[in-house]
Design a protein around this ligand. Structure first.
Ligand SMILES: [Zn+2]
Length: 487
């Protein structure tokens, strides 16, 4: 790693850029609020997960060992903000005439497929809320013992007035929240911002299918307590980084802070990093399904999910990106340019310095020194609150420079390959085969087909195409190469 500036990240909590320092040297404990699995994720939903993946990758490139926990919310995320209304998953189960666990399973599978297609690294742990109920009950019991809760007919509530820092993350003061009270607020609640830690299976929740025994009778957890329990179970009481989308700031993360810090007496997370929303503009809907725009629509339009990944990462995470197909197209072109360049680099060979060049002191020859400059500007950009547009500019600068190089010393080649490895790991969208998760058997057939094509054996090539299709993959011949996509 060349000397670069220290990593600075914009902390939603302090509302400024701060230098990142890990609690335990060299290690990062990071939690990301995962998906609520009740429907096909909209492509916009992936932008905050991609931001978290980018941050984790950059921390790894910077030498940290990152324990990244990302949950699956499979119960308790209610329709209304303050943990009220119907359970999103049970609601969908009714609509699809099946049970909530089947719904959670179905959409979790879809989510995981999309996550793999977008080449997100697998988290260190991926807890499901339904598997962490015991830990949730323990936290609620602690909060109850410490006097932060009260019981009503329908649940156990957290009293926001007992937590002095409530509102610090989002800037929503209790007075503001009181002023915005809706008429239908439950009369039993002491403050409209109070939120349920545990819901009892009574009243409108009497028929709730997923239910567990608890000291307060049969019930189910509130959404906010789930993330506190799942993060603390695997990462301890104090996190280095907590991420999410900007719509998670309030009430979800505000409530996570309130209940976690009240229970442990320690600061919950040092850094709160949030991705701004993607503005889907007029492209909100999928034309084929009349539903949300999904990864399948991206593939159907002839793009790789990695083009979308590139698009989402090419703008700074704290700016609102306006989604358009033109944007995906530009991302595809830019990504291809970088991929093409990386291919060229793969075939570069050392050119021995001749006497002549030595004597002329060919200025471009000092490759390794120039490369240091690109590596440093790439690192500086990433360290500057993940400034990806600037980091990409460093890649393109290096590309033009390297194409003008006439001679390559072993040292310069090594530095160039190091830079490529750094860029690839950071962005995660320049390693096509791995990213598309092409199974080994499909790849084997593709390789055979390439040999057949090179030898103009088209009969064999067509036969192999059919075999690949039987395995669920479609191969297309584009620009002299083969491109595969999952059927
Ligand atoms: Zn969460």
């Amino acid at each position: 790693m060349p000397k670069a500036s220290p990593l600075k990240l914009y902390n939603t909590f302090s509302k400024k850029e701060e230098e990142f320092k890990a609690i335990e040297e060299g290690k990062v404990r990071m939690y990301t609020c995962g998906p609520t699995v009740y429907g096909r994720p909209h492509i916009g939903n992936y932008s905050s997960f991609l931001m978290a993946d980018l941050l984790r990758r950059w921390l790894e490139v910077s030498g940290y060992e990152v324990s990244h926990v990302k949950n699956i919310t499979d119960v308790g995320h209610l329709v209304a903000d303050q943990n009220e209304g119907e359970d999103k998953i049970e609601k969908q189960a009714k609509a699809e005439k099946t049970d909530p666990l089947a719904i959670a399973k179905k959409y979790e599978k879809m989510y995981l497929e999309d996550e793999a297609a977008l080449n997100m690294l697998k988290p260190y742990k991926r807890p499901r809320a339904t598997e962490t109920i015991k830990e949730m009950i323990e936290i609620v019991k602690t909060l109850e013992e410490k006097g932060f809760t009260y019981e009503t007919e329908d649940g156990i509530y957290f009293s926001v007035e007992k937590f002095a820092d409530y509102g610090k993350l989002s800037g929503n003061t209790l007075d503001n929240l009181n002023a915005g009270v809706r008429i239908d607020v439950k009369e039993e609640k002491k403050h409209p911002a109070d939120f349920a830690l545990w819901k009892k299976c009574v009243g409108e929740n009497a028929e709730h299918i997923l239910r567990w025994d608890s000291p307060w009778g049969e019930g189910f957890p509130g959404w906010h307590i789930e993330c506190s329990a799942m993060s603390m179970k695997f990462l301890g009481d104090e996190l280095d980084i907590h991420t999410g989308g900007e719509d998670n700031i309030f009430p979800h993360h505000e409530c996570e802070i309130a209940q976690s810090e009240s229970a442990t007496g320690k600061p919950f997370s040092r850094f709160w990093i949030h991705r701004r929303r993607i503005d889907m503009g007029s492209e909100k809907m999928s034309k084929s399904l009349g539903n949300v725009l999904s990864i399948d629509d991206v593939i159907e339009k002839g793009y790789s999910p990695l083009d979308l990944r590139y698009l989402f990462l090419s703008v700074h995470y704290r700016t609102n990106l306006k989604f358009s197909w033109k944007g995906v197209d530009d991302a595809k072109k830019a990504r291809r340019k970088i991929l093409g360049w990386m291919d060229e680099i793969g075939s570069l060979k050392e050119t021995k310095e001749s006497k002549e060049t030595k004597e002329k002191k060919e200025p471009r020859y000092s490759g390794a020194v120039c490369l240091e400059k690109f590596i440093t500007s790439f690192s500086d950009a990433m360290n500057s609150d993940l400034n990806t547009p600037q980091a990409l500019a460093a890649i393109f600068d290096c590309m033009s420079w390297s194409r003008n190089q006439k001679y390559w010393s072993q040292e310069a080649l090594e530095a160039l390959n190091d830079f490529v490895a750094m860029v690839s790991h950071t962005f995660g969208c320049f390693d096509q085969e791995a990213a598309e998760n092409v199974p080994v058997e499909v790849q084997k057939l593709l390789d055979e087909r390439q040999v057949a094509r090179d030898g103009k054996n088209f009969e064999m090539s067509d036969k192999l195409r059919d075999q690949i299709k039987e395995l669920g993959w479609e191969v297309r011949d584009e620009g002299g190469g083969q491109e595969v996509r999952k059927l």
